[in-house]
Design a protein around this ligand. Structure first.
Ligand code: MG
Ligand code: MG
Length: 254
């Protein structure tokens, strides 16, 4: 059962989403060489709580932190450790906030200091894959259209496309129906309807998109050690298209 949200509920999702957008913007500014992941996580939790929201990830299936922070070959679900960022790192940050019962969920990959050309290409392609997915996240398109758009960008760039993890419906729970795969065939699968709220989250890899979970039980990394990037945005479908929910308060990409 895929929930249809009312205009009022979507307004609440946008309010939660703006906290996520603003927090990610703050994190982008903080993520410079020498800063510890733990320091950023602490500041993010404080910023979320200051707005009267709660960090959705903290305690979710026992996850111990407000943010998922995944560096270089880590893809998702990394832990905010004492690790210090250094120039050239790719930092993927996934953030969730719950406000008034509704959830915003978004992720960005940040270039720390100076990154090499391959890392820059990976980052740009992953952001482009998200944009391509969002472009077809409109009533009348299908879930297959979204997956095909994401995979199309990844493959055209010669990058791996992670299919083990995917986007999802979002609302009062972080993960609702439907699943939003990062691969698919155009014009297949359920037709998108106004009132759906979805989180799209492509993950691309420099090498093969085979994954392994590290011994901490959380961090998912590429099996071949190639670097990864992850961009996510929550979106509400309306009659005329899609409204991006996890932009900053002033309507900008984080
Ligand atoms: Mg997320
Ligand atoms: Mg998500």
């Amino acid at each position: 059962m895929i929930p249809i949200k009312s205009t009022d509920e979507i307004a609440k999702m946008r309010a939660a989403g703006a906290i996520v957008g603003d927090t990610l913007r703050m994190i982008r500014q903080m993520a410079v060489p020498g800063v510890r992941l733990r320091t950023i996580n602490k500041a993010a939790e404080k910023a979320i709580r200051k707005r009267g929201a709660t960090p959705t990830f903290k305690g979710y299936h026992g996850f111990p932190a407000a943010l998922c922070m995944s560096v270089n070959e880590q893809v998702v679900h990394g832990l905010p450790s004492w690790r210090k960022l250094k120039s050239g790192d790719l930092l993927s940050v996934d953030c969730g906030a719950t406000l008034d019962g509704f959830i915003g969920d978004a992720a960005i990959t940040i270039a720390v200091g100076e990154i090499d050309d391959a890392a820059d290409r990976l980052l740009r392609a992953t952001r482009q894959a998200l944009l391509a997915g969002l472009a077809v996240t409109q009533p009348g398109h299908t879930l297959g259209d979204i997956g095909a758009a994401i995979t199309g960008v990844g493959e055209a760039a010669g990058l791996g496309v992670v299919t083990q993890y995917c986007g999802h419906g979002i609302g009062r729970q972080m993960h609702q129906d439907p699943q939003v795969p990062n691969h698919g065939d155009p014009s297949t699968g359920p037709v998108l309807l106004a009132g759906w709220c979805l989180a799209l989250e492509p993950m691309l890899t420099e090498g093969a998109a085979n994954l392994r979970t590290l011994s901490d039980g959380w961090t998912v990394a590429t099996a071949d050690g190639g670097r990864a990037a992850h961009f996510e945005m929550s979106v509400a479908l309306n009659d005329s298209g899609g409204q991006l929910l996890t932009l900053t308060s002033d309507g900008k990409w984080p």
